[in-house]
Design a protein around this ligand. Structure first.
Ligand code: FE
Length: 174
């Protein structure tokens, strides 16, 4: 039998997806005003989980930094992609400023400290971070780290505390 003719571009894909494929994540209100979904990570710094990929070791979040917040000096062994939604920020180690609409690629080997200018009340940036954030002193000596598993644990503890239940995090896991 000849294959059916593909003459209708609006005919959806007709076969089931691979049985081992994972399900999609769709979050219509990603930049939510529901404070319960913003997980505190440091003073004036919180993140909104979108995809916590434990099988590939990366996490995708909205990072929110409010006045006087700062993301401690850290090194990236793997790449980071960012897209600024609101406010602005810069790194102490670079002379450019990321503003709304800016895309930023951070190559492996970057070590930097994120700060928000005095006149910015709030910045929100979409970040896709692979591997880990290796917190260091000014000379590169390690003082701690975050990876997808520490992010998941932060979410679990926070969601439990705000009444959503620790398992609320599972919807973001892949
Ligand atoms: Fe970074």
């Amino acid at each position: 039998m000849p294959p059916p003719t593909d003459n209708n571009p609006l005919l959806p894909y007709q076969l089931p997806f691979p049985p081992d494929a994972m399900t999609e994540i769709v979050i219509p209100d990603a930049n939510t005003s529901d404070e319960r979904l913003w997980v505190p990570q440091a003073e004036n710094v919180s993140f909104r989980p979108l995809c916590l990929n434990r099988s590939q070791g990366y996490w995708v979040t909205l990072l929110r930094v409010r006045k006087a917040g700062l993301l401690s000096r850290h090194r990236h062994p793997q790449p980071v992609h960012g897209f600024v939604l609101k406010g602005s920020w810069r790194y102490l180690e670079h002379d450019w400023v990321a503003t709304p609409g800016s895309y930023v690629y951070e190559p492996p080997g970057e070590t930097h400290t994120l700060i928000v200018p005095e006149d910015v009340d709030e910045m929100i940036t979409f970040f896709h971070v692979s591997g880990m954030m290796y917190y260091v002193d000014p000379w590169g000596k390690g003082v701690g780290f975050d990876d997808v598993f520490t992010k998941i644990e932060l979410c679990r503890a926070h969601f439990e505390k705000v009444g959503l239940g620790a398992d609320y995090v599972t919807r973001f896991l892949r």
